[in-house]
Design a protein around this ligand. Structure first.
Ligand SMILES: [Zn+2]
Length: 216
C-alpha cells in the first residue's frame, strides 16, 4: 500500500546523511517513480565515524555522498542543515526553526522519519519528536521507518525484492561510513529477517522494509 502512493508530495527525513537509505532505501526507490520527493538531512554527520580525522573533510565528503544518493533517487528538493547535532538548546532551536520553515514551504502530503520512541539512536528520537510537535494537528500522514534495530510490531511492509540492488547501491554511496563497518550486511539482513518472519504470514518474500504509521 505504501508503494502504491501516486502524485504525492513526499518528504523524507534523515537525521544524519544515510538514514533514509538504511531505513527505507528500497521504498524510496519505488516511491520516486510516481511521486515528488523532497529530502531534509537534519545534521551534517560530523559526529559519525571519521577516517579523515578532520571534521571539515568529513562533512564535505558526507554532503557529496548524500548528493550522489539523492540524485540517484531523483530527489528534487534537497535540504541540508549544517549543524553538528541537536544536543544544545541553540542547535535544537536552529533545527526547529529551519524545519518548520521548510515543511511550510514543501507542504508534504506524506512524511517519513524514524520512530520517536522506538528508535535506538537518541538523535533520531529527538528529531522525530520535534517534527511531530511542529506538524501537530496537520493532515500530513506520518510513517516511521526503522534504522539499525527491528520493530517488533508494525503496520505495513513494502516488498523491496525488485529493487534490492538499487538499495544496496544507495547505501554504498556513503563510502565514508562503509569504511568502518560493512553495514549493508546488517541492513539487508534485517530486511531478510522481516521477509521471513513477518507479521502478515507471507512466505514468498525475500526482502521487506517495515513501517509504523502515526496514529492520532
Ligand atoms: Zn542516523
Amino acid at each position: 500500500m505504501i508503494s502504491d502512493f501516486k502524485n504525492k508530495k513526499i518528504l523524507l527525513i534523515s537525521p544524519h546523511p544515510d538514514d533514509i537509505e538504511i531505513g527505507m532505501g528500497g521504498t524510496a526507490v519505488l516511491l520516486s517513480k510516481k511521486n515528488k520527493l523532497s529530502h531534509i538531512t537534519c545534521t551534517n554527520g560530523s559526529g559519525s565515524y571519521n577516517n579523515y580525522k578532520n571534521k571539515e573533510i568529513l562533512v564535505k565528503k558526507r554532503r557529496k555522498e548524500a548528493l550522489e544518493s539523492n540524485k540517484f533517487l531523483n530527489i528534487r528538493g534537497n535540504f541540508f542543515y549544517d549543524i553538528d547535532n541537536v544536543k544544545s538548546r541553540k542547535n535544537i532551536a536552529e533545527f526547529e526553526r529551519n524545519i518548520k520553515c521548510d515543511i511550510a514551504k514543501i507542504k508534504p502530503d506524506i512524511l517519513f522519519c524514524p520512530h520517536p520512541t522506538l528508535d535506538r539512536h537518541a538523535t533520531h528520537r529527538k528529531i522525530s519528536k520535534s517534527i511531530l510537535k511542529i506538524i501537530n494537528s496537520s493532515n500530513i500522514r506520518v510513517f516511521f521507518y526503522e534504522v539499525w534495530g527491528p520493530f517488533n510490531k508494525y503496520h505495513y511492509y513494502v516488498d523491496i525484492g525488485d529493487v534490492i540492488k538499487e538499495k544496496i547501491k544507495l547505501i554504498k554511496f556513503h563510502k565514508s561510513q562503509m569504511s568502518y563497518k560493512n553495514y549493508v550486511k546488517g541492513i539487508i539482513g534485517l530486511n531478510t529477517f522481516h521477509a521471513k518472519f513477518n507479521d502478515f504470514g507471507k512466505n514468498n518474500l525475500e526482502f521487506i522494509e517495515v513501517f509504523i504509521e502515526k496514529t492520532i
